[in-house]
Design a protein around this ligand. Structure first.
Ligand SMILES: Nc1ncnc2c1ncn2[C@@H]1O[C@H](COP(=O)(O)OP(=O)(O)OP(=O)(O)O)[C@@H](O)[C@H]1O
Ligand SMILES: [Mg+2]
Length: 358
């Protein structure tokens, strides 16, 4: 996977700019607040249809404008592709792939494969399970459009089930809850089974990456926290039983307390739960190992490496880890932001100043 060019029209602080990328290492160098992260955000938005920074699409359009556009041209093993993403202040975004408008966001999934890594990603290890679920979901959506559709359906049904629970209308709940349970458990099974497959792969690659980063000193182990049955019928039966058992609690709280929307990944290093007991440095290394593992999973599932978007991460890593990361990124296209590029590696250096490549 190789991005050839990105064009931005009224996107964040870019008015009208075209950026050409090369294979290998690309550096976006510039002072603070010039538009480096904005450019990575534009690329990732075209990969997964969502910004890593905001859910409010309007914020992405240049101030005082009511229309914005991102165009990304890239080369995949299957050929040249072009994604055009239009942003409007008064309506939802629109997307074209190779000039053809898509009807559903799911159609975008898996077209442009990218991994985004910023210092914020430390959250991945340290913070709430939501971050780790998002991590799994973003990858699975890129691998498999059906996962995206299952997840969307799941969230819709979950919302409706929660509304019903909140309504407090006992008669209506008694009458209809089993219908919601049936529908919810169908999507839940699909989601859980796909996540379990992912964790099986991730486990192996993360362990390898972590040994590499820590000179074989730390053994990293991942496991899925939630139901882990790999037989759909067993899984479904257990889910339905859990819905029944937690109904009273769910009624009191007004939302569904069991299912994949509550699951997590447990990260252990040398048998210690790193989320609760790891040092900052260990948590940082684990986040990096997960990201490196992600690269390998993309390669093994899709046959080619994704584009790696590294926002400001070099300054966050000690020299040893930085060197190790830089050794790996030779293998694929990387776009890396920094305030000053002083490494001895050949790279396509692009200087960014006030929303322009100078
Ligand atoms: N919708 C928008 N319209 C115009 N400018 C915006 C918009 N959203 C953000 N900006 C501006 O874009 C500028 C650049 O942001 P960006 O996050 O890309 O900086 P950066 O180069 O990554 O800086 P840093 O090195 O501090 O991370 C910021 O000053 C911000 O105020
Ligand atoms: Mg930035």
């Amino acid at each position: 996977m190789e991005i050839k060019s990105v064009q931005l029209k009224n996107f964040r602080n870019y008015e009208n700019e075209s950026v050409v990328f090369k294979n290998g290492l690309n550096i976006l160098e510039g002072k603070n607040a010039q538009g480096k992260t904005n450019l990575l955000e534009a690329v990732f938005l075209c990969a997964i249809g969502k910004s890593p920074r905001t859910n409010k699409e309007k914020e992405l359009i240049k101030w005082n404008e009511n229309f914005g556009k991102i165009t990304v041209e890239f080369l995949k093993s299957s050929g040249n592709k072009k994604i055009e993403l239009y942003l409007f202040s008064n309506q939802n975004k629109a997307i074209k792939i190779n000039g053809v408008p898509i009807k559903k966001l799911g159609e975008l999934m898996g077209e442009l494969n990218a991994i985004y890594f910023s210092p914020d990603e430390l959250k991945l290890v340290k913070e709430s399970p939501e971050e780790r679920r998002r991590f799994m979901d973003i990858d699975l959506c890129q691998f498999n459009k059906n996962y995206f559709y299952a997840l969307s359906k799941y969230n819709k049904i979950l919302n409706q089930r929660n509304k019903l629970l909140k309504s407090g209308n006992i008669n209506s709940i008694k009458e209809t809850i089993s219908i919601w349970n049936e529908q919810l458990s169908e999507q839940a099974c699909y989601i859980i089974l796909k996540r379990l497959e992912l964790i099986e792969q991730l486990k192996v690659f993360a362990k390898q990456s972590h040994f590499y980063l820590t000179d074989n000193l730390e053994e990293m182990n991942l496991s899925y926290v939630g139901l882990t049955d790999t037989e759909k019928s067993v899984l479904k039966e257990k889910l339905l039983k859990l819905y029944d058992e937690s109904l009273e609690k769910d009624l009191n709280l007004g939302y569904t307390t069991v299912g994949p929307h509550r699951d997590d990944i447990k990260i252990m290093v040398n048998n210690i739960d790193i989320r609760h007991f790891g040092s900052q440095g260990q948590q940082r290394s684990c986040a990096l190992s997960l990201k490196l593992a992600e690269l390998e999973i993309f390669k093994s599932n899709l046959g080619e490496y994704p584009v790696l978007l590294l926002d400001d991460v070099l300054s966050e890593l000690d020299e040893n880890r930085r060197e190790k990361l830089l050794k790996i990124i030779n293998n694929f296209q990387t776009i890396l932001t920094c305030t000053e590029y002083n490494l001895n590696l050949p790279a396509n250096v692009l200087k960014i100043s006030n929303g322009k490549v100078v």
